[in-house]
Design a binder for this molecule. Structure first.
Ligand SMILES: *Cc1c(COP(=O)(O)O)cnc(C)c1O
Length: 472
């Protein structure tokens, strides 16, 4: 290894944190153990490799600057310029993109940048309804995207698929300037070409947000929007196994001239900085560069295939056990369940599973009678199971554990639910055993680590609740 300064600084930093601030150190250590020992099926998450994590902890984060490589507003940037150029080159290579901007601080920021760059306040945008699986930043009333622009939502048809006829009808009726496609809770392939045809008819920009499926797209196992949409955005910590952050990508439309006389590429470059953001996080950009290099490997392509295969097995196993799988299956990493049939809410199901060391997300489903804090659905994903190296057999066990809990949680009075301690103990033990047999790669777990989920000591049963509609 050339140069030991980085490694020695990190090792020293960890030691001095443990010595000088044992409370904080212990929390961070426990979080590491929790991630080892819990069976996470969170569709919006992945586990970054330690080689990604250390980039975030690097001294590149100490550099204050503005602008882009070769055109900074500050001195002392020669090295970080190379870091950012590397990240841009790797982002372009991973997605076959002509343009990449690696500075957005998050996926939400990337979407804000695109909205602010391409629209005037009050312009019409078409985005998937939050309740149908869309993202807040695609025009939801609770977000600036729905406050500063006139957002028209589209939804799903009776089979739970995107209703392209409705999108087309709404587009003709409202003449949007921008159409968002891509979702946070949608398990099926998005037909980007169909969206582009609708956008072209309205003279609208098409923005594809691939935050959830970026890994599948990079690996070529989901169609890519990069040359189909005008602009593609993504977060980097979901399926790219990278740091918390965002990317903006463009393909063949990058050098399209806009009415302003400037190209789309120039417009977005200036929209990230100085229009929306200030200083870039160069440490995070280094971590993006590391994650994007991993995404371009044959090993990653194999893992993307495994993500899909495992999700398919998860969906079929749950459906065979009598659960309501939305759309009847999946084309992605994601499986959506409606748990109303089990007499549960998403919130209760999520809590019951967490009490067994299994982490999933509650999720609104189409026509949900409950608000976003309660919901009637669960969203599961296979990113982390695939990373752990599980196969179809283990994923069937994961599905069975989820199924057992969903079948065994029973109402106790009006707001509380009950899970027998024997069930909880059994499911927890098997979940932990699966995690230990399929450890996170390259994350060494010291022997004798404490259980992140110690036994409850509640005696005979675990009471979950009360959970009220307006509870935080
Ligand atoms: C998660 C997500 C985002 C937001 O990304 P952040 O980096 O968390 O801000 C944007 N769009 C979609 C579709 C998402 O799923």
């Amino acid at each position: 290894m050339t140069g030991q300064t980085f490694a020695r600084t990190l090792a020293h930093g960890v030691q001095s944190l443990a010595r000088a601030d044992p409370d904080l150190y212990a929390l961070l250590d426990r979080e590491q153990v929790r991630q080892h020992e819990t069976l996470s099926m969170v569709a919006a998450a992945s586990i970054a490799d330690p080689s990604v994590l250390v980039c975030e902890a690097s001294a590149a984060g100490n550099v204050t600057t503005e602008g882009y490589p070769g055109a900074r507003y500050h001195a002392g940037c020669d090295i970080v310029d190379e870091v950012e150029r590397l990240a841009v080159a790797r982002a372009r290579a991973a997605f076959g993109a002509r343009y990449a901007n690696v500075q957005p601080h998050s996926g939400s920021t990337a979407n804000q940048v695109v909205l602010c760059a391409l629209l005037e306040p009050g312009d019409v945008l078409l985005g998937m309804d939050l309740r149908a699986g869309g993202h807040l930043t695609h025009g939801a009333a609770a977000s600036m995207s729905g406050r500063f622009f006139r957002a028209v939502p589209y939804g799903l048809d009776r089979t739970g698929r995107i209703d392209y006829d409705e999108v087309s009808r709404l587009s003709r009726e409202h003449r949007p300037r921008l159409i968002f496609c891509g979702a946070s809770a949608y398990p099926r392939t998005v037909d980007f070409a169909r969206f582009r045809a609708i956008a072209d008819e309205a003279g609208a920009y098409l923005v594809a947000d691939i935050s959830h499926i970026a890994g599948l797209v990079a690996a070529g196992v989901h169609p890519s929007p990069v040359d189909v949409a005008h602009v593609t955005t993504t977060s980097t910590y979901k399926q790219l196994y990278g740091p918390r952050g965002g990317l903006i990508l463009m393909g063949r439309d990058a050098d399209r001239a806009l009415p302003s006389g400037r190209t789309l590429e120039q417009t977005l470059q200036n929209a990230v900085f100085p229009y929306v953001q200030g200083t870039p996080r160069l440490n995070t950009i280094a971590a993006k560069a590391r994650a994007l290099a991993a995404v371009a490997t044959p090993e990653f392509r194999l893992m993307a295939r495994r993500i899909l295969e495992l999700a398919w097995h998860m969906a079929s196993r749950l459906e065979a056990a009598g659960h309501h799988v939305l759309t009847g299956g999946t084309d992605t990493h994601m499986v959506l369940l409606d748990v109303a049939g089990e007499g549960l809410t998403g919130r209760i199901a999520e809590r019951a599973l967490e009490s067994c060391g299994i982490v999933v997300n509650k999720n609104s489903i189409p026509g949900d009678p409950h608000g976003p804090r309660i919901t009637s659905g669960l969203r599961l994903g296979t990113n982390i199971l695939a990373l752990r190296g599980m196969g179809p057999g283990e994923v069937a066990r994961c599905a069975d554990l989820v199924s057992t809990v969903l079948h065994r949680v029973r109402p106790l009075g009006s707001q509380e639910y009950l899970l027998d301690e024997s069930v909880r103990e059994e499911v927890s033990a098997e979940a932990r055993d699966l995690c230990r047999r399929f450890p996170l790669p390259d994350h060494p777990l010291p022997a004798g680590a404490a259980d992140a989920y110690p036994r409850s000591g509640h005696g005979q049963r675990t009471v979950i609740g009360p959970v009220l509609e307006d509870a935080g």
